[in-house]
Design a protein around this ligand. Structure first.
Ligand code: SF4
Ligand code: FES
Length: 257
């Protein structure tokens, strides 16, 4: 089968429109899967004339809109906020909307595939439900007792700082789906759920820390972490994921948080 290619006229028209002058030819090697067509996934190459300063998400849009409308992937904000377009790009979990083509060696075919450890539904789309179930299980909301406050719950700057890093999570699953423990056994809560538990365990206004620690003391909880640092490397928000997991482990031992 010939490689679908975006013709030069169309690329030149795009270039004229966008003012791009340095188009290069890039091959995107995409892992395709459509259960209505075949039980097996396979790689398909697409060639584009594209500005290397564009992002992988722009390339996927071009492929979908101009070469093959059946290509399926998730995205929403296109600016690193919604967390919906985590995928394995050249073998590493990244957000397609935050990955510039020039930064990932466009001289060679760029591989794009679904994140690992979650069931692939179609092409780059996985079933996120087990991931979100683990998130829900750690109760990612403020738990307090007593009357509703009539004014804000005050907190010192130092207390706020304690969990600042883990507030940045956008639930993209790049960490959890880069974790070898999660690949081998999807029952593990995974880094993202622990990060979101951390965000509340160390919040001085919250009263559900003990409950969350007990949930994570489970056989599928924090003790499954093997400290491989894959999660920290994968996180597009720069969250120190492994450190957060270590802090939760320490809190379980000392019961101080
Ligand atoms: S911790 Fe980082 S990699 Fe993991 S879900 Fe949150 S933002 Fe994504
Ligand atoms: S599309 Fe929203 S984070 Fe990439």
């Amino acid at each position: 089968m010939s490689t679908p290619t975006l013709d030069k006229d169309s690329a030149a028209a795009d270039a004229a429109e966008t003012g791009a002058s340095h188009l290069i030819t890039v091959t995107f090697r995409i892992r395709r899967f459509n259960p209505e067509i075949s039980e097996d996934a396979s790689w398909e190459d697409f060639q584009l004339q594209i500005d290397p300063k564009e992002r992988v998400l722009d390339a996927l849009h071009k492929i979908k809109w101009e070469l093959d409308g059946s290509l399926t992937f998730r995205r929403s904000c296109a600016h690193g906020i919604c967390g919906s377009d985590a995928m394995r790009i050249n073998g590493r979990n990244r957000l397609a909307c935050k990955t510039l083509i020039k930064d990932i060696n466009p001289e060679k075919p760029i591989t794009v595939e679904a994140i690992k450890g979650l069931t692939v539904l179609k092409d780059l789309v996985v079933d996120m439900e087990p991931f979100f179930q683990a998130y829900r299980d750690v109760m990612p909301f403020l738990i307090t007792t007593g009357n509703e406050p009539t004014r804000e719950r005050r907190q010192s700057a130092e207390d706020r700082e304690r969990f600042d890093d883990t507030t940045k999570c956008i639930l993209c699953a790049a960490c959890t789906s880069s974790c070898p423990v999660f690949w081998n056994d999807g029952q593990y809560f995974g880094p993202a759920a622990i990060v979101n538990a951390h965000r509340f365990i160390f919040d001085s206004r919250d009263e559900g820390g003990e409950q969350r620690l007990e949930i994570l003391n489970d056989k599928d909880g924090v003790w499954r972490c093997r400290t491989t640092f894959n999660c920290t490397d994968a996180c597009p928000r720069g969250i120190e994921v492994t450190k957060a997991i270590q802090e939760v482990k320490r809190a379980l031992i000392t019961r101080r948080f």
